[in-house]
Write a protein that binds this ligand. Sequence first.
Ligand SMILES: CCC/C=C/C=C/C(=O)SCCNC(=O)CCNC(=O)[C@H](O)C(C)(C)COP(=O)(O)OP(=O)(O)OC[C@H]1O[C@@H](n2cnc3c(N)ncnc32)[C@H](O)[C@@H]1OP(=O)(O)O
Length: 305
Amino acid sequence: MLSSFVRTAFRKRACLLGQNAVRAMSSSGGPFTSLVVSRPTEAITHVELNRPEKRNAMNRAFWSEMVDCFNQIADDSECRVVVVSGAGKIFTAGIDLMDMASDVLQPEGDDTARQSWNLRKIITKYQETFSVIERCPKPVLVAVHGACVGGGVDLITACDIRLCTQDAWFQIKEVDIGLAADVGTLQRLPKVIGSRSLVNELALTARKLYADEAKSCGLVSRVFMDKEVMMAAAMEMAGEIACRSPVATQGTKINLIYSRDHSVAEGLDYMATWNMSMLQTQDVMKSAQAAMEKKSLKTVPFSKL
Ligand SMILES: CCC/C=C/C=C/C(=O)SCCNC(=O)CCNC(=O)[C@H](O)C(C)(C)COP(=O)(O)OP(=O)(O)OC[C@H]1O[C@@H](n2cnc3c(N)ncnc32)[C@H](O)[C@@H]1OP(=O)(O)O
């Protein structure tokens, strides 16, 4: 769906702007207002949270545009890997406290039952904003600089690889605004960080977690001096993923997530079923041949997936 659209849009926009921005569309038909989507290379999609003047606070548009964006990326056979980052001073200040309050605090409905029913729908819709990242078969790297607050932690825990700058900090802020985090942090963070005690402490006290501790506890895998260095490394890492067989990388992501949520026996069973077809890909021969010939995988043309 996105691929042909992206290619055309990519060329037009690149000519217009002198850069490789993509005019991705929201389901309402208009361009995204909270995100900028670009293609640094044919196989890498860069999604940038783009409300820098509001510290990339997650407004109404953001919650639906992320869903449209990642559904389009999932269907885009050209894209093999995604990088998410934030424009401006920080990664994100979390939910937009000005824009979202009425949705959450005054749900529509004639009585408590109907209001509750509607609020449940709203919460599950918000959960989808980050679940689409996890469901997207393309590996997703997230690069965090400055602050990553509230909904930001929900977002990054749905990503596959987390990087940050030395000045980054993370905060499960929800308890400070009177709610239990409800769009993924409490479910995913315990699977990311080994220590449940640390998860509980962070979620119950809203203490800021700084870069060094984020690295030592496993929330991020690498810390960089500044944003520029981090983005260069993120794109390089994305390039390493993008040059490998998409059958291999997407199968790896899907099976890692499946195994996280199932027993070892179930995971192995799923893997066997997965690979009984995927092992028959021509990519295995192509990759093995490149290894034998000591050629870089960057020189191997894999078909789109
Ligand atoms: C069903 C719901 C599911 C989702 C739940 C999610 C929950 C959460 O995300 S809880 C966390 C909510 N966020 C916060 O409490 C953070 C509030 N912001 C800050 O603490 C600071 O802004 C921050 C430390 C992040 C950055 O500080 P800095 O000095 O760099 O910037 P400011 O001068 O404070 O802000 C600049 C402009 O941005 C606006 N802004 C910042 N954060 C938000 C926000 N969360 N919502 C709306 N607007 C925000 C701020 O008002 C300034 O705007 P202006 O005055 O027009 O310049």
